[in-house]
Design a protein. Sequence first.
Length: 142
Amino acid sequence: MKLLQILIPILSVTFMASAVSSRQSPPSNWLEITQSPRGDRFLVDLNSFSPNTKEKNRQINFQVQVQYKIPAKDGTTKAIAIFRADCLNERLIRLQSTRYNRSNQILDIDQKNITLPVEPDSTWEALYNYGCKHLSKENANQ
């Protein structure tokens, strides 16, 4: 139960995040949560946090959605990836990644289930690693 008290504030939010150039400083209402291998920063808009939690029979329903803009060499957006995590029970989440090209056409959809680690910080790491793995697919540059 103590684990749930730690996980609920971290996981029971719906948020949108985006990557920005390292030359820009984030607005004051944005919080940097991690750094990608390419040097992009994933930012979370603090104004967009909204609780989405229900507890029934020790199950917690939550959804996390992250939007990541993949930059092109000409400075435009090459593609957009949306990562979504849905809680299936208190330890299992379903991860789904959908990538779109500039014309908003779906490039591919990837989905898998993972078991949450005991440490809350590792949950974000698991989500982030999943997202980076999917971004690195060859057809991301379409």
